[in-house]
Design a protein around this ligand. Sequence first.
Ligand SMILES: C[S@@+](CC[C@H](N)C(=O)[O-])C[C@H]1O[C@@H](n2cnc3c(N)ncnc32)[C@H](O)[C@@H]1O
Length: 217
Amino acid sequence: MAGNLEDKIKDMTNTELLDYLHSVPGHHSDYSSLYTYLVKHAPMNDYYKLLFKDFDLKHKSFLDLGPGVGWSLDVARELGARTTFVDRDIFITKYCENKGHKGIHLDFFQLPIKNIGRYDLILSRGSFNVDMMNRTNFPIHQLIGWMILTARNIIVIPTWDKGELVEGEDYTCVGEHFENYLNSEVHWAFVNSGFSLRIIEGINDHLRFPITYEYTT
Ligand SMILES: C[S@@+](CC[C@H](N)C(=O)[O-])C[C@H]1O[C@@H](n2cnc3c(N)ncnc32)[C@H](O)[C@@H]1O
């Protein structure tokens, strides 16, 4: 499917891409999160300005692992960075490339990941699901090792599985879920690999994005 679709969307503008996704039953949502992001999520430019406030991105290289609609990329570029992203979703890839960001089409859960060069800062927000990685015994050390080879600074803000509704949200990394998170292999892999932990006001919320992991070489 991806091959034919890739061909179909290759010359589309972002408006045409959204119109196309809108016209398809299901909006390709089983494969791509682009439609949901465009239709349901508010822009996050202020969020990324806050996240990057301690980084000087001028003339630096920035890589987002799984950028969604690319707000982090837009903000990093405004701050002077050269912007690249990795994604396996052809709609996300096309959308962010149309905005002028450099795309690398690969699946970062297919290990080993090839060498894609070295960057000043890597960000992963919402693209690693700690619960899912724990459940599937994902070889997180390999992914962490690849990130450390790939960037001087790393920020990872993982998410957690959807569960019962808490405070009207369907992500519930509270109570026993948060305890499980803190005891999990994936959490300890970050800690033991030298990542520091922060809970940043305005960046982490206790339900869905409980912890920011940061690494500097
Ligand atoms: C939940 S969205 C998060 C988007 C954005 N980072 C944010 O926080 O708003 C997950 C992103 O990671 C990408 N992604 C998820 N798993 C991936 C994988 N195994 N390889 C490459 N990209 C992946 C998705 O296509 C999407 O762009």
